[in-house]
Design a protein around this ligand. Structure first.
Ligand SMILES: NC(=O)c1ccc[n+]([C@@H]2O[C@H](COP(=O)([O-])OP(=O)(O)OC[C@H]3O[C@@H](n4cnc5c(N)ncnc54)[C@H](OP(=O)(O)O)[C@@H]3O)[C@@H](O)[C@H]2O)c1
Length: 264
């Protein structure tokens, strides 16, 4: 599916800020009507006013706290019932600082609810209805930390490894259904996520920090090219293909009736 189609609606979570708000601007420019999901309704309304004025698209708001099961279900119901929605962008997410040893149950619970449970249930609802319609697309925002878990916060990295794995499985399950799946792996991107999680961009070399407009524009180029995994910073996509090939080469040897000889 090409994202330039008209009169379709994109449902974007995390649309009040950062990457989600930038998707809203770019998709409105492509003619999409929007259903914007987040907690902060004041910010969503400001964005809606801007996009209605600049692009003449329809913009609706859906207040949801994606930590809450009832709110996840409310958004999933909308995906099941609103036949205008043909694109889901799962951008809502939170980060954590500190090691696993320092984890507290409240912030860990919040992260798992938003980064994993909400993304999973919304992807599931969209996959069912888009498959029945024979068209539609799901964009999940993962992270490059899924490829470097040794170097980052354990819980956040593991949550993003889940997003990558889920998206790869969804892509396989939905092949032939007409539903496109893309997972975007941003590197460090200038948004509020750092302040919100109690860290800062100040210690990160500027050469490693991408502006959010560049990130979303690159991700949408990848989407238009039908990529499953888009890594906007990676100069040579053959390196990702080589990693994927190496992983798949393990497949014939991952389940045998006897242990490998080195374990005898
Ligand atoms: N920035 C980076 O360097 C970077 C790198 C890799 C991946 N990512 C991923 O990119 C995605 C977007 O992050 P961002 O950088 O754009 O961060 P951001 O500017 O902090 O935006 C986060 C969005 O998530 C929403 N959100 C947070 N908690 C929520 C909740 N309980 N219920 C509903 N919505 C909630 C926020 O809206 P409300 O507060 O209004 O609810 C906001 O719209 C995340 O999945 C993040 O993990 C970011």
């Amino acid at each position: 599916m090409n994202a330039s189609s008209h009169a379709q609606t994109a449902l974007i979570t995390g649309a009040s800020s950062g990457i989600g708000a930038t998707y809203a601007r770019r998709l409105a420019a492509r003619g999409y009507n929007l259903l914007l999901v987040a907690r902060n309704q004041t910010r969503l309304q400001l964005l809606a006013d801007e996009l209605i004025a600049s692009h003449g698209v329809q913009v609706n708001l859906l207040a949801a706290d994606l930590e809450q099961h009832a709110d996840i279900e409310k958004v999933a119901d909308r995906l099941r019932s609103d036949e205008q929605i043909s694109l889901l962008v799962n951008s809502a997410g939170v980060a954590l600082t500190g090691s696993l040893a320092e984890a507290d149950i409240d912030s860990t619970y919040s992260l798992l609810q938003i980064n994993l449970l909400a993304l999973t249930m919304l992807s599931s609802a969209a996959a069912v209805r888009f498959s029945l319609a024979g068209r539609g697309a799901i964009i999940n925002i993962g992270s490059v930390v899924s490829l470097l878990p040794e170097r980052f916060n354990a819980i956040y990295s593991a949550s993003k490894a889940y997003v990558l794995s889920l998206s790869q499985s969804m892509h396989a399950e939905l092949s032939g259904s007409g539903v496109q799946v893309q997972v975007v792996l941003p590197g460090v991107t200038r948004t509020e996520i750092f302040e919100r999680s109690g860290s800062s961009l100040a210690q990160i070399p500027p050469s490693m920090v991408m502006e959010v407009d560049d990130l979303v524009d690159a991700a949408l180029h990848g989407f238009d090219q039908g990529e499953l995994v888009t890594i906007p910073s990676l100069p040579d996509s053959n390196e990702w293909q080589a990693l994927t090939q190496a992983r798949l080469q393990l497949a014939p040897n991952l389940s045998h009736n006897k242990p490998a000889t080195r374990y005898h």
